[in-house]
Design a protein around this ligand. Structure first.
Ligand code: PEP
Length: 256
């Protein structure tokens, strides 16, 4: 099965309102050249979703939330629900980012509730997984990411899995300038795809896109994208500048 590559820009807690609109404008300008050869998603901060949606209108850029509540509605101060994301023009939610798992103590149990709720409301999900440096050095990478995969997909049906993509993001590579080498990353991606096959089926494993994330830049994107099981990138720092993000999207679009 040929998988459409996907590149996502995680803006984290950066930019201001006019910076967000300008960045969308810069990315939009490069979209025609990509000729629909890659899905392009951006994840702006929540307050800028509405104006980002307006700025992205007609460009083909897909909008996502950086997180989503595990509850559909209710007394959840500070949280944002899946229906609110849909209302704001989002089609996807990022779930289980390491800055939430490790920075805010989100467990697989919490992540799984978010995944199920987002899917039930009609969103797509990009589910993030990845090991810390200590876990990698202890030789526990595979055990950790397979545990996260299994725990985070608890209760997700094979039908709903069609709207899930994965992002393998080694925690030690996020925002540090360090990147897993293409061979190291490919090995983990292939392991994740086999695990999806074992847990679901062959069709799901061939369909699911597995993005790599962790200091992806224009200079390392092509080598990563050339790997059989790397279907795109989740990009933090390099997504804050339109040209560098577009360069990464171009590398993904060229992926054979
Ligand atoms: C991320 O935030 O998901 C990420 C991969 O960040 P960076 O590209 O800056 O390492």
């Amino acid at each position: 099965m040929t998988r459409q590559p996907l590149v996502g820009g995680n803006w984290k807690m950066h930019l201001d309102a006019s910076g967000a609109v300008d960045l969308i404008g810069g990315i939009s300008a490069g979209m025609p050249e990509l000729a629909a050869g890659v899905d392009v998603m951006v994840f702006p901060p929540f307050p800028y979703l509405g104006l980002s949606a307006e700025a992205a209108l007609g460009s083909g850029i897909l909008l996502g939330g950086q997180d989503v509540s595990g509850e559909l509605e209710g007394a959840c101060t500070g949280q944002v629900s899946a229906p609110m994301l849909l209302d704001s023009g989002c089609v996807v939610a990022l779930v289980g980012h390491s800055e939430r798992r490790h920075g805010l103590g989100e467990t697989d149990f919490v992540v799984a509730a978010k995944v199920r709720t987002a899917l039930a409301a009609g969103l797509r999900v990009v589910l993030c997984l990845g090991e810390t440096l200590e876990q990698r050095e202890a030789g526990a990478t595979v055990e950790v990411v397979l545990g996260q995969l299994s725990g985070s997909l608890e209760g997700v049906s094979v039908e709903d899995l069609d709207r899930v993509d994965l992002a393998y993001e080694p925690v030690w590579a996020i925002g540090t300038g360090l990147t897993a080498g293409p061979d190291e990353a490919q090995e983990v991606h292939a392991t994740l795809r086999s695990a999806v096959n074992a847990r679901y089926d062959d069709r799901s494993a061939s369909r699911i896109r597995i993005l790599y994330g962790g200091s992806v830049k224009p200079s390392n994107a092509a080598d990563l994208m050339a790997c059989e099981d790397i279907d795109g990138a989740l990009v933090g720092g390099a997504s804050l500048e339109a040209e560098s993000f577009l360069d990464i999207a171009r590398a993904a679009a060229r992926r054979e």
